[in-house]
Design a protein around this ligand. Structure first.
Ligand code: NAD
Length: 317
């Protein structure tokens, strides 16, 4: 394959690139990344000689079209996004620019090159939140996003579905739950808890910490994306794939697990005013994706140990 990987210097994208280059050394990869605060090009150091790295914006339609034609791209895997809900509440416009107009630009490149397959990485947040006794969200469920971030991602998804129907582009959308692991921007929940705990600083927890998230180790997510790329007909009729490890936990329990591993006291918890519109719970029914042969391999406990050990070196070093 000749892949264009957007957002490949960010959290999930960097794992995808590192693993893909190792597993498929004959494939050619072009990584397009704007290098925002969430990116670190150093994550890609082990493979920089084997890939083409381009600093740029997915919303730059001319650049995207040129990359697709110059490198004979046959597959786009799209991780590029603004991703932090709190930032989207403070200022939604960068989210609209990248998560909506950026996606529209990638669609234009697919329209100009109809054989290109477009795998767009989306999120469980597009479905909105659940009550404690609701069944996990299925791909048939309506989109009910609650935050500007989730609304921008839902808009990107809808644009892609419309482009498949109207222009016949070859697209697939994956929607996954909260990822965790090395390389995540330091301001996200798990890195924040680890950093504060390591430095004996107050650990901010929204409200009482009872909101539930469904945690997926980042490499298990990458495996699911690789499986989608290999699935026959995955790019017909804009198929949607839910990806979840069925590992729901209250935020406070995630923070407690981190404190336990680091041997730090719960007196570090600092309960702060809740996030406006804070989603209560996310859960996904990923049975259709699992029926294709994917399953998570890393338990929450194993993934958390790996994550803490990676941040341990980063935050101390
Ligand atoms: N992290 C999660 O828990 C999670 C959960 C569900 C879905 N997702 C989705 O997975 C994808 C990747 O998430 P992540 O956590 O790795 O994000 P991230 O914020 O860590 O990385 C995003 C990357 O995209 C790049 N980028 C941002 N705007 C760009 C633009 N206009 N042009 C080119 N590059 C740009 C950034 O520089 C960065 O490298 C996103 O689409 C996100 O919505 C993430």
């Amino acid at each position: 394959m000749n892949l264009l990987v957007t957002g490949g210097a960010g959290f999930i994208g960097s794992h995808f690139v590192l693993r893909h280059v190792e597993a498929f050394p004959k494939d050619r990869l072009v990584v397009l990344d704007k290098l925002t605060y969430a990116a670190d090009k150093k994550f890609l150091s082990p493979v920089l000689q084997s890939i083409t790295f381009v600093e740029g914006d997915i919303a730059d339609m001319t650049l995207v079209k040129t990359l697709v034609s110059d490198h004979a791209i046959d597959t786009i895997v799209d991780f590029a996004a603004e991703t932090h809900v709190d930032r989207s509440i403070a200022d939604p416009f960068p989210f609209l620019q990248t998560n909506v107009l950026g996606v529209a630009s990638l669609i234009e490149a697919c329209k100009a090159n109809p054989s290109v397959r477009f795998l767009h990485v989306s999120t469980d947040e597009v479905y909105g939140d659940l009550k404690d006794d609701d069944a996990p969200k299925r791909i048939e469920d309506p989109l009910r996003p609650s935050s500007p971030y989730a609304a921008s991602k839902a808009s990107g998804d809808l644009l892609i579905e419309a482009a498949e129907r109207t222009y016949g582009i070859k697209a697939a959308i994956s929607r996954c739950t909260n990822n965790f692991g090395p390389h995540q921007a330091g301001e996200k929940f798990i890195p924040t808890v680890i950093r504060c705990a390591m430095h004996d600083q107050p650990i901010p927890i929204y409200a009482e910490g009872k909101n539930k998230r469904d945690w997926l180790y980042v490499t298990d997510h990458c495996d699911a994306l690789e499986m989608i790329l290999k699935t026959p007909n995955a790019f017909d009729a804009c198929k949607i794939f839910n990806v979840s490890a069925d590992s729901e936990k209250e935020n406070i329990d995630v923070a407690r697990a981190i404190l336990k591993i680091l041997g730090k006291p719960e007196s570090l918890f600092a309960f702060v005013k809740d996030r406006p519109g804070h989603d209560w719970r996310y859960a996904l029914d990923s049975s259709q994706t699992r029926a294709l042969g994917w399953k998570p391999n890393i338990s929450f406990e194993e993934g958390l140990s790996k994550t803490i050990s990676w941040y341990g070196q980063r935050f101390v070093g």
